[in-house]
Design a protein around this ligand. Structure first.
Ligand code: MF3
Ligand code: CO
Ligand code: CO
Length: 254
């Protein structure tokens, strides 16, 4: 049980990997339109990561995952497997990108709205992104993991949404998933203490209905048990002496 403190040269490599992952999401944006299939999005990302970035798509063959990205549509919470079904107007889709560059991982995801999306879906997407930022804002040396979870849970539940319990953020570096587990719910002043040089992901999954999860027969796709919509956003975050640095920031967030 120990959280790795990265050296300055490791942090520099994590900055590079994080920026590449962010670049994939920026590149992909114009392609997420009605009629495209998630397999087509997978192919576009795979080819960009491999041929343009000279990097590796971490999900491919990770514990048997068959594709290069995760695409989770509507009531799918996370780990959706790209397929040949076309996206349609009104869909909300999470695309989760993890790249490996120079042995280090960058992990980030965002929600895309396909065509015109209902106001209640848009609101879920917006509040979930806000919840992620509320969590990130807690990050600084001396803060505890429970502070992050509490900030996220408070924002989600005060908007009458629920926080998924079965999946969490994680330490990240040479390994895709390192210690600690970063829960998206919890109590202030509890859990492990953060220190400068730690790198974690914060990736809340928020449901419009109840928090319960079901995993489909494919062994990967997690969906809401009550078939309600779900949203997720993810960043890779470095703990700095003064607070935090988001390693996977996109232009639209600057
Ligand atoms: N990118 C996911 C995360 O944020 C993990 C995906 S594992 C996979 O931790 F095998 F489904 F790709
Ligand atoms: Co992650
Ligand atoms: Co991810």
């Amino acid at each position: 049980m120990s959280i790795i403190i990265k050296t300055e040269s490791e942090i520099e490599k994590m900055r590079v990997a994080g920026q590449l992952a962010a670049d994939v999401l920026e590149m992909l944006g114009p392609h997420v339109v009605p009629g495209v299939t998630t397999n087509e999005l997978d192919r576009i990302c795979h080819d960009f990561i491999v041929n343009v970035q000279n990097a590796i798509p971490a999900p491919l063959n990770y514990k048997g995952f068959p594709k290069s990205i995760c695409t989770s549509v509507n009531q799918q919470i996370c780990h959706g497997i790209p397929n040949d079904k076309k996206l349609k107007p009104g869909d909300i889709v999470n695309v989760d990108i993890t790249v490996i560059k120079d042995n280090y991982h960058g992990d980030t995801s965002k929600m895309f709205c396909v065509g015109d999306v209902s106001p209640f879906a848009k609101r879920l997407v917006k509040v979930t992104q806000e919840a992620m930022y509320r969590g990130i804002e807690q990050v600084k040396p001396g803060a505890r993991l429970g502070d992050i979870g509490h900030a996220i849970q408070k924002h989600a539940e005060s908007n009458r949404y629920s926080v998924v319990r079965e999946f969490c953020g994680h330490g990240i570096g040479k390994k895709f998933h390192e210690e600690p587990q970063v829960l998206h719910y919890g109590k202030t002043g509890t859990g492990e203490v953060l220190d400068a040089g730690m790198i974690i992901t914060i990736e809340p999954m928020i449901n419009l209905g109840k928090h319960h999860v079901k995993v489909l027969a494919d062994g990967w796709t997690a969906v809401t048990k009550d078939h309600s919509l779900s949203a997720q956003w993810e960043h890779t975050v470095l703990v700095t002496p003064g607070g935090y640095e988001i390693l996977t920031l996109r232009q639209e967030e600057r």
